[in-house]
Design a protein around this ligand. Structure first.
Ligand code: HEC
Length: 389
């Protein structure tokens, strides 16, 4: 039993062919923030339950709880009292998660958690100044109430759900390197995390290991057996499914075709898009754009598939601007999205023109059909892709 659990954890952490990403691991950050918070709570609870203690012991407990919450880099950190946590502090972990550009489905929950950590720290600060035992204890009780909100409950989304809510309901549940699939369809393999527009729809686990490998913090509203796979649906699975029908409605929009070879971007955009792709897309779509954790996004197969699905530039734009990066939709600037889209078009051998790919939605995009372009010579004849410079 034990071996299975351990090897499955290894798969969950290392699974998928995606290379390690350079961005900090938000999933691990949330777990570490909760661990520091638990260390702070333990200090408070221990002193409230104890008998043989004097003023010095109370001060020490409040300082140590504070240290675990705010971390070494904060002014409130008092090194001489020691640190029951990891030194980064709940606040340090949350700030790292919030520091990245753009926002995620989990951003409001983390912002709410941060506000409650600050409230608890203020209560502890006040406790340190108290002369009467009752006043000290009242401050500590308030601190504990704020910390309960930082943790939150796994059954709720949003701010009230706290960190546990975000770990149960959003892409924050996905550990770095785990395989991420579209939560709009049933899983084809396990282990995998099904995500839609930043919301967690399900976690798929191999049946043999499911009992021992349910990720910590995961809330489960429904369980389904699918052959040898156990699918654990998240509390917000239905909300996630609603986003799916919105996307497919967009993709079903009928379009007018244009016959001449389109040139929908300028060369400088495609060049700028190389870096955006490497940073935000490569981990799932691969260095040769043939796909790893996600599908291929350039070349013969991609273009044929796009043609069959009657995709226009408008659908491509919606997919990229609104649903990508899959793990953090909407997290790039409009310019970065336009650049990376230009890069993909160039890699698909679309010629550059004189009109930039627009950073905002444009009805004209509906008139440009995607598909193999007659008369171009791909740099890579086998894949059907063109090198972008
Ligand atoms: C965490 C993994 C991940 C990252 C990062 C990511 N994608 Fe995706 N991408 C996916 C998955 C999974 C799908 C399939 C989604 C679906 O079918 O609903 C997908 C689908 C796509 C598609 C549609 C392909 C098709 O044939 O259906 C395009 C285009 C695309 N991504 C572009 C991008 C771009 C551009 C970026 C970077 C800005 C990016 N992706 C970042 C995982 C990722």
């Amino acid at each position: 039993m034990r071996t299975i659990a351990l090897s499955l954890v290894a798969v969950l952490v290392l699974g998928g062919a995606a290379p390690a990403r350079s961005a900090p691991d938000d999933h691990a950050g949330a777990i570490a923030a909760l661990a520091d918070m638990r260390a702070a709570i333990a200090e408070i609870v221990r002193i409230e339950d104890g008998y043989a203690v004097g003023h010095a012991a109370y001060l020490r407990a409040a300082h140590r709880a504070m240290n675990a919450l705010v971390g070494r880099r904060d002014d409130g950190y008092a090194a001489s009292f020691g640190d029951p946590g990891d030194g980064v502090g709940t606040l340090g972990h949350l700030d790292r998660m919030l520091d990245q550009t753009g926002s995620s489905q989990w951003t409001p929950a983390v912002q709410g958690a941060k506000a409650n950590v600050l409230a608890a720290a203020a209560n502890l600060q006040s406790a340190l100044g108290q002369k009467q035992m009752e006043d000290y204890q009242a401050d500590l009780t308030r601190a504990l109430a704020s910390l309960a909100l930082v943790a939150g409950r796994s059954t709720e989304g949003g701010v009230l759900g706290g960190l546990n809510g975000a770990l149960a309901n959003t892409s924050l549940a996905v550990p770095v390197g785990a395989s991420v699939v579209s939560g709009c369809a049933a899983p084809k393999s396990a282990p995998a995390y099904g995500v839609v527009a930043g919301k967690l729809a399900y976690v798929a686990l191999p049946r043999s290991a499911a009992a021992t490998a349910i990720p910590a913090g995961l809330g489960v509203s429904r369980v389904e057996l699918l052959g040898d796979t156990v699918v654990l649906y998240a509390p917000l699975a239905r909300a996630a499914a609603a986003s799916c029908s919105k996307v497919s409605r967009l993709q079903r929009t009928r379009v007018v075709a244009r016959t001449s070879v389109p040139a929908p971007y300028v060369a400088a955009q495609a060049h700028a898009g190389i870096k955006v792709y490497a940073r935000a897309c490569l981990q799932c779509h691969g260095a040769d754009l043939q796909g790893t954790a996600g599908p291929g996004v350039a070349g013969t197969d991609f273009l044929k598939n796009a043609q069959q699905n009657k995709w226009t530039l408008s659908e491509l734009r919606t997919t990229i601007f609104e649903n990508m990066p899959f793990s953090n939709p909407g997290s790039l600037t409009p310019k970065e999205y336009a650049d990376v889209t230009a890069f993909l078009l160039a890699a698909n051998c679309y010629p550059a023109g004189s009109t930039p790919f627009p950073a905002t939605a444009s009805p004209a995009l509906k008139t440009v059909k995607l598909g193999p372009i007659p008369g171009v010579k791909p740099t890579n004849a086998k894949l059907g892709t063109c090198t972008v410079r």
